[in-house]
Write a protein that binds this ligand. Structure first.
Ligand code: SAM
Length: 255
């Protein structure tokens, strides 16, 4: 039987936090979308109870003290939005042990799976936030503090009337650019042809991001995702092409 009596890792009841950016840009409008729910197995729950307080937190309004959370200072930091079950997160992290990785995901069983990998493989450089990546960036991440942002296989929302829910839009691109340090990198991958066309139209929309295309051999950080994820595997089986995108945060434009 699955028991889940712990409030650990639970988002508060009621309407999710949604920042009004009022900057004239387009942000995902999720309306009443409810993301996949799911309970944890007994084993996952026990692991969650033991390790989440140290390795995870829930979206809140307090800016993260990254150095304190990771117990070290001066290391690069990358935020991954929508880490799913954390397959690439856990595969990449040991290869970039010098970098702090913050995985952001709404789906608790996905986070529990990543937590399991992190604990079992004694990965020291991954922390997790449960919440909407847009709100996590807006509320918890100081401006110009990140070396990278990763979004691998974001939900494609294939129906035209749902395109407004897509995370790659002018607003999130501005928000991400603001959170990156000059020289920081945004890395996006999709296996959805229509979403790729959508992103193609947006590659030059944000003046604080210089599009570097793919591959970008001089990219200052790891770009090899290491594994074929569940979603990517499905895409490959359907002969979908994986398209990857890299941008570099440029210095503020002249006023
Ligand atoms: C298609 S899955 C891809 C998961 C993973 N990146 C992979 O490659 O396997 C997209 C994930 O993004 C999460 N997600 C969607 N919107 C999100 C948001 N605004 N903030 C955080 N996670 C989000 C979903 O819960 C889902 O797990």
């Amino acid at each position: 039987m699955t028991t889940n009596t712990s409030p650990l890792g639970e988002l508060p009841d009621g309407r999710p936090l949604q920042t009004e950016f009022n900057d004239g840009l387009d942000y995902p409008r999720l309306g009443t979308v409810s993301f996949r729910r799911g309970t944890l197995t007994d084993n996952q729950q026990a692991l969650f109870d033991e390790h989440w307080p140290r390795l995870g937190t829930v979206l809140n309004d307090a800016p993260l003290d990254i150095d304190e959370w990771f117990g070290r200072s001066g290391h690069p930091t990358i935020v991954e939005i929508g880490s799913g079950t954390g397959t690439s997160t856990a595969a990449m992290a040991p290869l970039e042990a010098d970098t702090n990785i913050i995985a952001v995901e709404l789906y608790k069983p996905g986070l529990a799976k990543l937590l399991g990998s992190v604990v079992r493989s004694e990965i020291e450089n991954v922390r997790m936030v449960r919440g909407d990546g847009i709100e996590v960036l807006a509320r918890m991440i100081p401006d110009s503090s990140l070396d990278g942002v990763r979004i691998f296989f974001p939900d494609p929302w294939p129906k035209a009337r749902h395109h407004k829910r897509r995370i790659i839009q002018s607003g999130p691109l501005r928000l991400i650019a603001r959170k990156l340090k000059p020289g920081g990198v945004l890395h996006v991958a999709t296996d959805h042809a229509d979403y790729a066309e959508w992103i193609d139209e947006l590659v030059n929309v944000e003046e604080l991001l210089t599009y570097r295309g793919w591959p970008w051999p001089e990219c200052p950080q790891l770009t090899d995702r290491q594994v074929i994820t569940k979603f990517e595997g499905k895409g490959l089986n359907k002969d979908h092409v994986i398209k990857e995108y890299l941008w570099e945060r440029t210095d503020a434009p002249n006023p």
